[in-house]
Design a protein around this ligand. Structure first.
Ligand SMILES: [Zn+2]
Length: 210
């Protein structure tokens, strides 16, 4: 049975196992963090960032929300991005979505009167659908969701390039690379959809003046 007590017991066992293998592990972990990666992923319990890339504590700075979105009025995500880029100086920012995403699936349906707050969050994905409606509407039903999931990931990458944080870092900072990945629930494999670096041409209407 899954209970909070079981989680605490598992935590104790995990800590003891790591300390047995490497007695210095937690001493070093407590000192500082120097992750090379910022991970922006979906909150879905089946896509745990560290687990699916076999990472250890301290390797990945993580932000997760419904359908792995970068919204330019979301101070939560933007604060994480700013800290990761300007202070931790991560080398890579990864947006990882996943096939079978319930958030993207819900965005293709009428709005639920029981989920008024969640509706607002999903509205941004409806906008991605509307932006690509011509392409999406001629795709067979069983492929449409997968394609919108991919397009949603691409859109988040573009939104990252529209932030002052990424633009300033590409111009004057350490130039992190942006990656759009999609995870397959059926085989556990990640596919890279897009990679953008500091040479990327940003649409002038989104560019900041110096
Ligand atoms: Zn999801």
């Amino acid at each position: 049975m899954q209970t909070p007590q079981k989680l605490l017991l598992e935590n104790r066992a995990w800590s003891e196992e790591i300390s047995k293998k490497n007695p210095e592990f937690f001493k070093l972990l407590a000192k500082e963090q120097k992750p090379s990666f910022l991970w922006i992923g979906c909150a879905d319990s089946r896509v745990p960032a560290d687990t699916i890339v076999n990472a250890q504590p301290g390797e990945i700075f993580v932000h997760r929300n419904i359908a792995n979105q970068v919204i330019n009025t979301d101070f939560n995500c933007l604060s994480v991005l700013q800290y990761a880029v300007d202070v931790l100086k991560v080398k890579h920012v990864i947006v990882c979505g996943h096939y079978g995403c319930g958030g993207v699936k819900a965005a293709l349906m009428p709005q639920s009167s029981k989920l008024v707050i969640t509706n607002k969050w999903l509205m941004h994905i409806k906008d991605v659908y509307r932006l690509h409606q011509d392409e999406l509407d001629i795709i067979p039903d069983d492929r449409r969701l997968d394609r919108l999931i991919e397009l949603n990931i691409l859109e988040q990458l573009y939104r990252l390039t529209h932030t002052s944080i990424i633009q300033a870092s590409w111009k004057h900072g350490h130039k992190p690379t942006l990656h759009g990945w999609v995870f397959g629930l059926h085989d556990g494999l990640i596919k890279e959809l897009i990679m953008l670096d500091h040479n990327t041409q940003i649409n002038p209407i989104y560019r900041y003046h110096d």
